[in-house]
Unconditional design. Structure first.
Lengths: 703, 938
């Protein structure tokens, strides 16, 4: 017997026992990647490294026999640092996306490959469930979301991105139309009540997720109808009211209570809410319009007011010549609304160029098709009322200067280039800011942008009060508000359950940077390379006279085609990959040691397994598994140094290599390098409950 | 009948015909002359008397006139005959000479190429990397391959797993690469699995998966060669051959440029080899010329279809290595004069084979009178070829001997035998004195300082190097060889042998300095049978060649050491593991083992004792990591050379799981001395903690590089300044790189550090196996660190995460810094990665790989900062950060413009030239071409 001390605890083990096994007997968890019970230790990953007193270097515990009297530390600072670095080094040479870049690109984390797979297979109902679970308002967002996900799509490297927005809109539309629409299951009531201020996307989403978790959600809003900016900031021709109503109905079905026309600070105060409810979520949005910041700015109509009036059923008189100032989606919406209200001439003035416009290009194109004129590199310097029913807008020409903080070139006025134009009305769509006055003179911490809340949990400085959405970030995308609502629900749930409020920890993800042609080819071998489906639209002539929805949505056929374009670039072992889980546990940063990496490639020649050499960590477990099976060519570690890789020897195929050991090889593989076919159902990393649980355990275990 | 055929007929007959003509012309001239001589005196007397009469008598005058006319006519004819005859003689001699010199078939030198003209010198080649226009088909293998030879190879090399490396080496020797079909055949017909075949074939640097060109060019990547400009040589060769990026073979498939970690001829840096021949002191300028010269001679070979015997090496003819080394060359009778010539690798690379041939010729022409002995490396590699003459116990050492010098050198010591020879030699001497009045004096007398080179040294390990014929067991025994083994076997128990080694305080010379006796004791105490001893001759450290020299020059000593070790630990079998980059060492060890077996020093019942010991040689296959003992064991077992965790140590479970003792060449070479002279004598040398001596290979920017053996405790300054003769070209001493890629740099201000395991470790470097590369102020510390990281990254086995990926990231950072795109954060990351890699690697390679970075960061941090913050390389080395500028001293000779391969300099005679910075590739060719030193690099 050998007696040794591990982390201050003594243990006696038989001679020859490894430190790893000895620690396990004490219940001490040591992370391992290359270790497989029963296999000869590989001692290559160095994740199991421990500190042994008197040894200058760290010892791989999986291969180090316990020595009598040795003193071992398995979790010292140095050990943890070393493990983190080992993980970061492995991640730096990991060629493959853990999850599709679209999913990591989506602020709400929508499992895009997952629902797209369902669309492709015709399971529209299941796809709507996935979309609703993540987005809450999939139909609304499918219409108006700027689709950050599509910008990340690997299709962009050789053509047009997959039409993700169009597809979740399709899923939602079909689901709403089916008559048997998806309503999520509710957990047993907790008896806790949460006040949500603001019925915009953030508030609605928070309500939806809190209700599902069994809490009561009471939504306060100053407007007559719920929906916030979705209803009052977006014109009907982009987001028909019935879609929004139906999606909000789900929250009502789940038991959500709406207290409309009750304004914070007037009808109800934060103090009241804190007193009457177990938790409060402030999602008051950014309601105040920003001025033009020039003399006469009060003469301009705020775009959101124009849109809200139209939505409320009493459209303002804009006259025949409308000038809209701004370059965002609101500006476009205001301009297109003006067209529909009968304006003869609508001009959008923007101070930078078309390239820098923050709105969707498709909106600009649609607006121009509808007759809106775009005037770029122009800024207003004075606005005057002229006799009669018009105003004179004096502008100055701009040129682009050095980049500002946002990275966009700063517009600089060209002296002497002033000119004037006449308009019947001027609409200002410069942006919105948070109206903090309504929060009362409480002790809530505020910043110039809005309410201060922890980005990880959305908790404010006041216990039990959370805040999110535009109210925290300033005016931003609806999908970010949805993400905030979801995060708030998770945090509030933790708070109400008396757990540590930790928010919704994300698994660390490796992202392939831009892929080269060979890598793209590896994907395109699997799918047909077809062009993006074109969204059917209402003819322009019909558009300009009514508030009918412009984009008509995909047909079944178009949707199926579009869905079949998905490359499924994510990893089928995304939730079981040990490398990813440990990377999350140790807070490893995949980009810390970014440098040259292996090529992504994918071998699908075997009927049972898929081999992606770029994700191999060279533990050799599969080589051993193949050698144990003893048939076929087996696998070999070939090459050396950074270029070492596991390959089929003698230029054989995977089937020749692993006639019987394929399953076993995939099982012992700690990463996604070798995976059973269809292990993830083709979907990229839908975290199942177990994985979530595991994750929480990892993340929340005391350090 | 083709034109070629006619040409070759003409060429083969031209010489004899010309010779015949010359003989005829000479004979006829001679007969004419003799005839004239015989006839003229009588006639002259007659005419004279007639002339005398004619002065007084007009009749006689009248009669005489026709006779005078006739005579005049005859004189004219005779003069013309002389003229024409002489002309014919000269012409035919000229033709004969030309034939003899250039056109003779089966001769190395030829100017006739199929294109009818020789290639222009490389400097006037178009700057475009055009492939050499040689009409030789690409060396693509004809499919399918004849696999018959594979079966033969399996028959001779065996079919077990441990034979996989020798099998693959034999296959590569046969096919010049490893065809997949042959590998399949191996796995089909042996017990070796496909995974092992593929794993091993792709692990070792020697093995090539792609067909090789007809000729293999290697430019040494060792440290000494690197600092001497090997990169530029490689670039120039690639350019000359038109080898595309990412490829290593020229488009015609004639030449492949292979990588080699170190050839071990560091004192001749930069070194390159074409096939088996080594060329020392090459430069970017000369390498291209060398290549063209090689191509020219090679063309004649392909035309005539004959295997040429020799090619010019550094302007001289060399015979292949295997012919050069023979046994003692003794003249008919024993003589008091012994002439020794060093035929180590360095010597051969410097042309020692030609010197040997000249010596033999000279001694033969003097009728003997001297014994010529070929010996191994004497250590003065900077002065190779070396000839030592021992006359009545007096020694005279001659350095840098050229074949042309041999005559004078020999004549100083050897008198011709017999009257005829004496007279003939006297005449030759007289003539020689007129032609050349340079006196040949021994090296020690010519270079006064060289005395220091010798006096500071102390020879224990190298006591026989340069003294004996490496392959002569008799020679070895004359110098008390095998006495120690005899003493052990007859008088000492194994335990007593270990005790003696312990008392001597010997520490492992492989680098880490582990007490040898302790290792022996562990192996001796371990249970298991059989036990093995292994001699680690895998000297992979670029810039080190101690083991090569010892194995080449004194192989019996290593064998004796191994036998003593085997006796002490109870082993019955042993291996000598030698790098395949040292072909001469491999051959010598093999021969010496055979000889030792013949004479009963190996095999059963050695010297009549019950002790038996057999020894085999294993050639490495090009993997630095195999110098690590567990990796070396894996390699002998026929696996990929990946280290495995220790414990268990090889002493407990080594080769095939049996107790195994692994000692370095130098450690083993110390043993005979220790056991002969007693442990106290050894312990008295050196320092208390590090007794004995240490062999170093001194290279880099010193005046006298070579193999040196010094007592421990000597300072670095003494080595560099006294032994090495200071820094070359009067530059400033900057640092010493000790221990190669595992070591570190010791800056000049720490030059008083004593050579001692612990003291060196204090500086951040390590003793290592003994490579010492000296740097001057033109060497960039960052670039050196980058060089070493590049080396370790290439040589990492790829097993451990930190070593595989960590060193790669470190290299990337160093690349960035050298490339002028480093950031301040990079230094912090380098620091962190260095610590991580050091602590998180399984074997010595990874654990020490960051040392060069850590030590340069410690001593030359300001250089790193200059690269990052000022985008400046203080040593003017890093290409991205330097510029070439022509100074006013330019004379407008246009040589730089001719040399520039990038077309960055316009040739403008008599006007100061300019380097176009955007076109300049910083190859340095213009700098070496400029006779005025007028190109500044900054």
């Amino acid at each position: 017997m050998v007696r040794l001390t591990i982390d201050g605890r003594e243990i006696a083990v038989e001679k020859g026992t490894t430190i790893l096994d000895a620690a396990r007997r004490l219940g001490i968890r040591i992370p391992t990647l290359c270790h497989v019970d029963g296999f000869e230790p590989s001692a290559s990953c160095f994740l199991c490294a421990v500190q042994v007193e008197g040894r200058e270097v760290l010892a791989p515990s999986c291969a180090t026999p316990a020595a009598s009297g040795s003193v071992v530390y398995t979790n010292s600072d140095e050990v943890r640092r070393s493990r983190k670095m080992a993980l970061e080094l492995l991640l730096s040479d990991h060629a493959g996306d853990c999850v599709g870049p679209c999913k990591t690109g989506c602020p709400a984390g929508l499992d895009i490959p997952g629902f797209i797979t369902e669309v492709a297979s015709g399971a529209t109902g299941r796809s709507a469930e996935i979309a609703s679970d993540f987005l809450t308002l999939p139909g609304a967002l499918g219409r108006i979301c700027p689709r950050l996900c599509e910008q990340r799509c690997h299709h962009c490297e050789s053509g047009d991105a997959l039409s993700v927005g169009g597809l979740h809109r399709f899923a939602s539309d079909r689901d709403l139309a089916s008559g048997a629409r998806y309503v999520p299951r509710k957990e047993t009531p907790s008896g806790r009540r949460v006040a949500i201020v603001g019925a915009g996307p953030a508030g609605l989403t928070a309500a939806y997720h809190l209700l599902r978790r069994g809490h009561a959600a009471i939504v306060f809003d100053a407007h007559a109808e719920p929906g916030g900016m979705l209803r009052y900031g977006i014109p009907e021709f982009r987001l028909p009211r019935h879609v929004l109503d139906q999606e909000i109905d789900v929250i009502r079905i789940l038991g959500g209570e709406f207290r409309m026309q009750s304004r914070l600070g007037r009808d109800v105060t934060l103090g009241d809410l804190r007193r009457d409810f177990d938790a409060v979520f402030l999602a008051i949005g950014a309601q105040l319009s920003r001025g033009l910041d020039c003399p006469g700015e009060e003469l301009a109509l705020p775009a959101v007011d124009v849109l809200a009036h139209v939505a409320g059923g009493n459209p303002p008189q804009l006259g025949s010549d409308v000038a809209v100032i701004g370059g965002g989606n609101t500006a476009m919406d205001a301009a297109r609304t003006a067209v529909r209200l009968g304006a003869r001439e609508v001009t959008v003035l923007y101070r930078r160029t078309r390239r820098e416009m923050p709105c969707l290009m498709s909106e600009v194109e649609a607006a121009e098709a509808e007759g809106v004129r775009l005037e770029t590199l122009v800024a207003p310097i004075r606005l005057e009322q002229v006799d009669g029913a018009g105003m004179r807008l004096t502008c100055v020409r701009m040129k682009l200067g050095t980049p500002d903080l946002s990275g966009r070139p700063r517009p600089v006025p060209i002296p002497g280039s002033e000119f004037t134009l006449l308009a019947s009305s001027v609409v200002a769509a410069i942006g919105q800011i948070v109206d903090t006055s309504r929060l009362g003179a409480g002790d809530l911490h505020l910043s110039p942008r809005g309410i201060v809340a922890s980005p990880a949990t959305l908790a404010t400085n006041i216990d039990g009060v959370f805040a999110g959405g535009d109210a925290v970030t300033g005016a931003d995308l609806a999908v970010r508000a949805v993400a905030a609502g979801k995060l708030a629900a998770v945090s509030i749930d933790q708070y109400l359950g008396g757990r540590r409020v930790a928010g919704d920890p994300e698994l660390v993800s490796v992202q392939l940077s831009k892929m080269d042609e060979a890598e793209l080819a590896a994907f395109f071998r699997e799918i047909e390379q077809t062009p993006r489906s074109v969204m059917p639209e209402l003819p322009v002539a019909a558009r300009v006279t009514s508030f009918e929805e412009v984009e008509l949505g995909f047909s079944d056929e178009l949707a199926r085609h579009e869905a079949s374009r998905c490359m499924h670039c994510g990893c089928s072992k995304a939730t079981t990959c040990q490398l990813r889980l440990y990377a999350t546990e140790y807070g490893a940063d995949p980009l810390r040691f970014a440098g040259a990496r292996r090529h992504f490639s994918r071998d699908t020649s075997h009927p049972d397994i898929v081999y992606e050499p770029g994700k191999c960590i060279l533990c050799g477990a599969c080589v051993t598994a193949a050698a144990e099976a003893g048939d076929g060519l087996g696998l070999a570690i070939t090459g050396r140094g950074f270029d070492a890789t596991v390959a089929v020897p003698l230029r054989g195929t995977m089937i020749e290599a692993l006639p019987s050991a394929a399953r076993r090889a995939a099982e012992v593989c700690p990463t996604g390098a070798l995976a059973l076919r269809g292990a993830g159902g083709g979907s990229c990393g839908v975290p199942n409950d177990e994985a979530r649980h595991e994750l929480r355990f990892l993340k929340l275990s005391p350090d | 009948m083709t034109l070629e055929r006619w040409r070759s007929i003409v060429r083969s007959w031209m010489g004899p015909v010309a010779a015949g003509l010359a003989v005829i012309a000479a004979l006829s001239l001679l007969s004419f002359y003799i005839h004239a001589r015989l006839v003229t005196p009588g006639e002259k007397a007659l005419v004279d008397s007639l002339k005398l009469q004619a002065k007084t008598d007009a009749g006689v005058q009248k009669v005489l006139q026709p006779e005078l006319d006739r005579q005049h006519q005859e004189l004219v004819v005779r003069r013309n005959a002389y003229r024409w005859g002489g002309l014919l003689l000269l012409l035919s001699m000229g033709v004969f000479f030309a034939w003899f010199k250039w056109l003779r078939p089966r001769q190395a030198h030829t100017r006739a190429s199929p294109r009818g003209a020789s290639l222009p010198p490389p400097s006037v080649l178009a700057p475009v990397a055009a492939p050499l226009p040689v009409a030789v088909p690409a060396a693509a293998p004809a499919e399918p391959i004849d696999l018959g030879p594979v079966d033969d190879i399996l028959e001779s090399e065996g079919r077990g797993r441990e034979s996989v490396i020798p099998i693959l080496q034999a296959i590569q020797a046969r096919y010049r690469f490893l065809p997949q079909a042959a590998l399949r055949r191996v796995s089909d017909r042996t017990s070796i699995t496909p995974a092992d075949v593929a794993g091993v074939a792709s692990f070792y640097g020697q093995f090539r998966q792609m067909p090789t060109g007809e000729h293999l060019i290697r430019v040494c990547e060792g440290t000494a060669c690197h600092v001497a400009g090997a990169d530029e040589v490689r670039t120039e060769l690639r350019r000359c051959l038109g080898i595309a990026q990412g490829s290593d073979t020229d488009p015609s498939g004639r030449f492949t440029i292979d990588r080699v970690a170190c050839i071990g001829s560091c004192s001749l840096a930069p070194v390159m080899t074409i096939d088996d021949e080594i060329y020392g002191h090459v430069s970017a300028l000369s390498s291209g010329r060398l290549l063209h010269q090689f191509i020219d001679t090679d063309v004649s070979k392909t035309i005539d279809g004959h295997r040429k015997r020799a090619r010019p090496g550094i302007g001289r003819e060399q015979s292949p290595v295997d012919e050069a080394h023979g046994s003692v060359r003794t003249s008919p009778s024993a003589t008091p004069v012994e002439i020794r010539i060093g035929l180590g690798s360095c010597g051969l690379a410097s042309g020692a084979a030609q010197v040997l041939a000249a010596l033999e010729g000279e001694v033969a022409s003097l009728g003997g009178g001297a014994t010529i002995k070929t010996v191994g490396c004497a250590g003065l590699c900077h002065s190779e070829p070396l000839v030592e003459v021992i006359e009545h116990g007096r020694r005279a050492l001659y350095g840098k001997v050229q074949p042309g010098d041999v005559r004078k050198l020999v004549r100083r010591h050897v008198k011709p035998r017999g009257v005829v020879r004496t007279v003939r030699e006297a005449i030759k001497d007289m003539r020689a004195r007129v032609l050349d009045d340079r006196a040949w004096t021994p090296l020690t007398a010519r270079e006064v300082d060289a005395a220091l080179y010798v006096s500071k040294q102390l020879r224990v390990v190298l006591e026989n190097c340069g003294e004996i014929d490496p392959l002569s067991l008799d020679d070895y025994r004359r110098r008390e060889g095998m006495r120690a083994l005899e003493a052990c076997l007859t008088r000492l128990t194994p335990a007593e042998v270990i005790e003696q080694v312990r008392a001597a305080g010997l520490r492992g010379r492989g680098g880490a300095g582990f007490p040898t006796a302790l290792k022996w004791e562990l192996t001796s105490n371990a249970s298991g049978s059989p036990k093995y001893v292994i001699c680690n001759g895998d000297e992979g450290d670029p810039g080190a060649f101690m083991d090569r020299a010892v194995l080449e020059a004194d192989p019996f000593r290593v064998i004796e050491g191994l036998a003593i070790a085997a006796y002490a630990v109870g082993a019955s079998e042993g291996f000598v593991y030698v790098r395949r980059e040292y072909p001469l060492a491999v051959r010598h060890v093999r021969d010496a083992i055979a000889t030792a077996e013949e004479h009963g020093f190996l095999g059963e019942r050695i010297l009549g004792s019950p002790f038996g010991f057999t020894l085999r040689v294993r050639e490495g296959a090009g993997a630095f990591v195999c110098g690590e003992e567990t990796a070396l064991i894996q390699s002998i077992e026929g696996k990929r050379g990946t280290p495995r965790p220790r414990p268990p140590y090889p002493a407990q479970s080594g080769l095939w799981g049996k107790p195994t003792l692994i000692n370095n060449v130098e450690t083993l070479a110390c043993l005979p001395w220790i056991l002969r002279k007693g442990p106290a004598a050894f312990a008295a040398l050196g320092t208390e903690r590090s007794p004995g001596t240490k062999v170093f290979s001194l290279a880099g920017k010193v005046n006298r590089g070579g193999l040196i053996e010094v007592p421990m405790g000597i300072t670095i300054r003494e080595i560099v300044e006294d032994i090495g003769g200071g820094i070359k070209d009067g530059r400033t001493f900057k640092a010493v790189l000790a221990g190669g890629p595992s070591g570190g740099c010791i800056p000049a201000h720490l030059a008083d550090t004593r050579i001692d395991y612990e003291e060196l470790a204090h500086t951040g470097a390590i003793m290592g196996s003994g490579g010492l590369v000296v740097l001057d102020d033109r060497d960039c510390a960052v670039e050196i660190a980058r060089y070493f990281l590049h080396f370790t990254q290439e040589e990492s086995c790829g097993k451990c995460t930190f070593c595989r990926v960590g060193t790669k990231r470190m290299l990337e950072i160093l690349d960035r810094i050298c490339g002028g795109t480093g950031t301040d954060g990079d230094l912090q990351t380098l620091d962190e990665l260095s610590i991580g890699v050091k602590r998180g690697s399984l074997c010595g390679l990874g654990q020490t790989a960051p040392n060069p970075v850590l030590t340069t960061l410690m001593y030359f941090r300001e250089e790193y900062e200059a690269h990052i913050r000022e985008r400046r390389c203080p040593a003017a080395v890093c290409k991205a950060l330097i510029h070439y500028r022509v100074l006013d001293s330019c004379t407008g000779c246009t040589l730089c413009a001719q040399a520039c391969p990038a077309g960055a300099i316009d040739a403008r005679p008599y006007v100061r030239h300019e380097v176009a910075d955007d076109l300049c590739t910083r190859c340095g060719m213009c700098v070496s071409a400029c006779p005025e030193d007028a190109i500044e690099v900054a």
